[in-house]
Design a protein around this ligand. Structure first.
Ligand code: SF4
Length: 217
């Protein structure tokens, strides 16, 4: 569909010119490293989290090091970006479960298996398999779902798992080539431009966006 292609092209060119550069986008990450990145990024600002994630990955290079660490030591690091004891426990428990099931250096074989672990879920597992393992998958979180739902005028339920139309559209939109750049572009558009209070005037999608056009500007 022409509108889908227009959307993909605009998102990818936004990434080329305005994409944020984080170390996890500039170098090849292992699935373990990417999982840690995504777990840290939940409800934190990526810019603030970056140096803390870097230090954490230097110290904890494998799941098994996390499972042997003292809870207060993990908490000391992640509390620097406002993550609390609940998140510390989530990180330790996910590491323990994955280590028990797949051994010290193993990893779940696909995104479905990874998403079944506590505190992981579909968004994180798709991000890990897309960005670390080059699998063509949609990345649907609050930010990206807001962009897609506004542009295509699709109702955006709070619980994304039940939003079948939006999920289907997000899947159809992922391009065959450069899908990582597309997903990063969509994440950045949602975080920087199509925010809760959207900055439509500076958005590259405004020409064909349903939401923008409904404003009658
Ligand atoms: S034009 Fe506005 S509502 Fe549409 S995608 Fe851009 S920022 Fe979001």
């Amino acid at each position: 569909m022409k509108l889908d292609q227009h959307f993909r092209d605009k998102v990818r060119s936004f990434y080329k010119t305005n994409g944020r550069l984080f170390f996890w986008r500039e170098r090849k990450m292992s699935p373990y490293q990417m999982l840690i990145v995504e777990m840290f990024l939940q409800k934190t600002r990526a810019e603030n989290a970056e140096p803390v994630i870097k230090d954490f990955l230097k110290k904890y290079k494998l799941f098994k090091l996390i499972t042997h660490a003292k809870e207060r030591e993990i908490f000391r690091i992640i509390s620097k970006i406002g993550l609390g004891k609940r998140r510390t426990k989530a990180l330790i428990n996910a590491s323990k479960e994955i280590t028990e099931k797949y051994g010290g250096e193993g990893f779940p074989p696909n995104e479905k298996k990874l998403s079944e672990f506590n505190n992981v879920g579909q968004y994180i597992s798709n991000a890990v398999f897309c960005f670390a393992l080059d699998k063509r998958l949609p990345i649907l979180d609050v930010n990206t779902s807001r962009v897609v739902s506004r542009f295509f005028n699709i109702k955006n339920d709070k619980d994304l798992r039940h939003n079948k139309r939006l999920l289907k559209k997000a899947e159809e939109l992922v391009p065959r080539k450069n899908f990582k750049e597309y997903n990063w572009g969509l994440l950045d558009l949602g975080a920087l431009v199509c925010k809760t209070k959207p900055k439509c005037e500076s958005c590259p999608l405004k020409g064909k966006c349903s939401f923008y056009n409904s404003l009658g500007r």
